[in-house]
Design a protein around this ligand. Structure first.
Ligand code: GLC
Length: 726
């Protein structure tokens, strides 16, 4: 009996703690990560492994779309929690139970939706892409990480790199627009900012690419619906940002809710294993979206939660978010021989690898500081204002802008004094009380002469505020009309059948326009809007987007001309919702001048890449020369011929007019934003790498390059050259 007791005791000591004073390899910080993973994996029981594959929530779940079961009495060995509160003490207590009360002491990884800021909120990602400034995206992502990591978050569920071309889908707000190259550049910038050089840095977090894949193709713009995507489209449009960001080193991926051609993304073996882990060599882990394993049943792909768990893990899903399917059924599935230890070990290995790289075994806890010590530092707020400045897009200006101080302006509209609308969806720990409204920004910058009335609500039919608004307009030199969306009108589960603003807002614009006073329309919204009717009633339109914590002052400074607007659209604004889907990089129709709408124009109101400035930029002739080594150099001179300095973005597109498959009428391949002083000329260049910039990808993900004519397009300039594959 005695021997047996000693034997069991020694096993326990060997497995979890030091045996004879020697620290187990997995606890040795200077040991190679792969060795630590191997060592720890070899010590784990099946139950301990399955717990690592399971994620739950901790803290108030503030995502109204995801009110699911609350799991109490969870075992201490659960591998991950979504950390929704700012209660660092409780977070540390939960971590302590995992690290000190369990046999192997595996720390929890805490995730959170830090989509566009943690405490300081930056402009929504759709706005960030309109800045055409990836360096700024990288900087603000790093700043967001520097608030999140000390706040107990190890891992953000960001960047969202879903291509979206149907703005009825509310989640268009969370991505970088309609173009794969733009989403790739911005997504990579966000990954760099979040992850930095080392994940163990106490001010960095692991990134998460989502929602893999094709979620933005949700039919009819209705969220969560099935998607029908050809392999050609998958590889040409929806996968490139993921491939780019995986190469950039993103550590995690989130599978999407949607079904792709009959197979839900959460159990899509081709995407999760063959492409992501096979072709691309991804060595991080894949987490499902919320309850997405269980949802395989509602999608008709599994007949039970148990079968859902089996299909998901065998397809290559590693972590189950929130529906407890893995924890409830994997052990049984292994006993029944339906799931092998191999699949389990592979998933656990990936999760442990990220936990080791994050340094969680060495630093599982956070110093318990106050929110104000971690967030909303001046440099963070300045960065938010900077991105707001660069992301706002001047869509119309009949000469009424810029305004001048010392005159009388009436600020009118439901958005003007609504801080919540400025934060947009996924505001994380952003607080209205920390957020500057448009009205506050205008009062702050304009000083005297500003009057305000709300005029009407965001929606409804109450016009009782119109009379005061009209009277105030009559007493003013110009009206600054602030219209747009409530924060909850875009984002997840926020699909709209039309992009028009509610009638009441359009009626207010019409009533004010009837006064004959100049109307400057400011829009605060999370998606392209249908402006066909509004556009006629106003003299200028500034797309403010949802600019986050510090958007009021930048908007006001643009109105006064202190800032020359430099935003350009990363997504097309249709003339009407009836044009959807409409995007710039479409394929040519067989009869380009026919088959058009009979009742409305077939061109959008504002194109991808469009945006006005207070100055003019004149583009010289483009020159293309062949370089040694098979590359080409395209150059073009740009002159700021106006009176105001400004930032200009030169957008380089290519076109392959004749190819073995039809190609889009043009494709963005490079862009560069620079400051150009009034009167100054600068030379912009684009070094063309044929395999990178001219080739196309086929439905198997193979890049193919053909001889023939190619065209380089900048603004209205097009230069052709003949290329021969060397
Ligand atoms: C949500 C979203 C996803 C988010 C996750 C965790 O349903 O689809 O983007 O990261 O659940 O909140």
């Amino acid at each position: 009996m005695m021997n047996r007791t000693i034997y069991i005791l020694s096993l326990a000591v060997l497995a979890g703690g030091c045996s004879g004073g020697v620290t187990p390899l997995y606890k040795q910080a200077d040991a190679p990560v792969e060795k630590r993973v191997d060592d720890l994996l070899s010590r784990m029981t099946l139950e301990e492994k399955i717990l690592q594959l399971s994620q739950y929530t901790f803290g108030p779940n503030d995502n109204v779309n995801n009110i699911g079961e609350k799991f109490d009495n969870l075992p201490d060995g659960v591998g991950s929690f979504i950390f929704s509160s700012d209660d660092l003490h409780s977070r540390n207590e939960l971590q302590r139970r995992a690290v000190e009360n369990t046999r192997l002491g595996i720390p929890i990884i805490f995730g959170c939706d830090v989509i566009h800021g943690f405490g300081t909120i930056y402009p929504i990602p759709l706005a960030q892409a309109c800045s055409w400034n990836p360096d700024l995206v990288e900087e603000l992502s790093a700043m967001a990480a520097s608030e999140a990591r000390p706040s107990g978050v190890d891992w953000t569920f960001s960047p969202m790199i879903d291509i979206a071309r149907d703005a009825r889908w509310g989640r268009v707000a969370e991505g970088y627009g309609e173009d794969p190259y733009m989403a790739s550049v911005m997504g990579c910038a966000a990954v760099r900012g979040y992850q930095g050089e080392s994940l163990s840095d106490s001010l960095r977090v692991a990134a998460c690419l989502k929602h893999y894949a094709g979620y933005g193709r949700s039919e009819g713009g209705r969220d969560y619906t099935a998607t029908d995507i050809s392999l050609q489209s998958l590889w040409e449009t929806y996968l490139p940002p993921y491939e780019a960001c995986i190469k950039e080193g993103a550590k995690t991926v989130m599978s999407a809710f949607n079904d792709i051609n009959g197979v839900p993304a959460t159990a899509h073996r081709y995407l999760l294993t063959d492409v992501l882990k096979g072709d691309w060599g991804f060595d991080g882990f894949v987490v499902s979206d919320w309850n997405a394993v269980r949802q395989l049943v509602s999608q008709g792909y599994a007949d039970s939660r148990k079968q859902a768990a089996e299909k998901a893990i065998k397809a290559g899903l590693d972590m189950d978010m929130r529906d407890d399917c893995f924890r409830q059924y994997l052990s049984e599935l292994v006993d029944e021989g339906k799931v092998g230890q191999k699949e389990i070990n592979e998933a656990v290995r990936r999760i442990l690898r990220v936990k080791f790289e994050l340094g969680l075994f060495e630093n599982p806890y956070r110093t318990e500081t106050d929110f104000g010590e971690r967030c909303l530092k001046p440099e963070s707020i300045e960065l938010s204002a900077k991105m707001a400045e660069e992301s706002m897009v001047l869509l119309k200006n009949n000469g009424v802008l810029p305004l001048s101080k010392g005159r009388k302006y009436s600020v009118i509209g439901p958005v003007a004094d609504d801080a919540g609308a400025m934060l947009g969806s996924w505001k994380c720990h952003g607080r209205n009380e920390d957020t500057e409204s448009i009205l506050e920004g205008i009062r702050n910058v304009f000083g005297a002469g500003v009057s305000y009335t709300r005029g009407c609500d965001f929606d409804g039919s109450d016009k009782s505020g119109f009379a005061e608004a009209v009277a105030m307009a009559r007493r003013s030199d110009a009206v600054i009309l602030c219209l747009g969306e409530k924060a909850a009108w875009s984002g997840e589960n926020a699909s709209r059948s039309s992009l028009r603003l509610p009638r009441i807002q359009e009626d207010l614009a019409e009533a004010l326009s009837a006064t004959g006073k100049p109307i400057i329309l400011l829009l605060v919204n999370g998606r392209p809007l249908e402006l066909a009717s509004l556009e006629k009633s106003v003299d200028a339109i500034l797309e403010v987007w949802q600019p986050g914590t510090a958007g009021g002052t930048p908007a006001a400074r643009i109105l006064l001309g202190d800032i020359n607007p430099s935003g350009r659209l990363c997504i097309t604004f249709p003339l009407t919702s009836g044009q959807i889907p409409i995007y710039y990089n479409h394929r040519q129709s067989s009869r380009p001048d026919m088959g058009l709408y009979q009742d409305i124009p077939s061109v959008p109101l504002y194109d991808f890449g469009y945006g006005l400035s207070y100055t003019e930029y004149d583009y010289g002739d483009m020159v293309i020369e062949k370089l040694h080594g098979g590359k080409y150099l395209a150059t073009i001179d740009v002159t700021n011929s106006g009176k105001m300095d400004g930032f200009e973005t030169v957008q380089w597109f290519i076109r392959d007019p004749f190819c073995s498959i039809t190609r889009p009428v043009k494709e963005l391949r490079y862009f560069e934003k620079r400051f150009i002083k009034a009167g100054e000329t600068q030379r912009f260049t684009f070094e063309i790498d044929p395999m990178r910039d001219l080739a196309y990808v086929d439905g198997n993900g193979k890049r193919l390059l053909e001889d023939g004519e190619y065209r380089v397009i900048v603004k209205d300039k097009t230069v052709s050259f003949d290329f021969t594959v060397e």
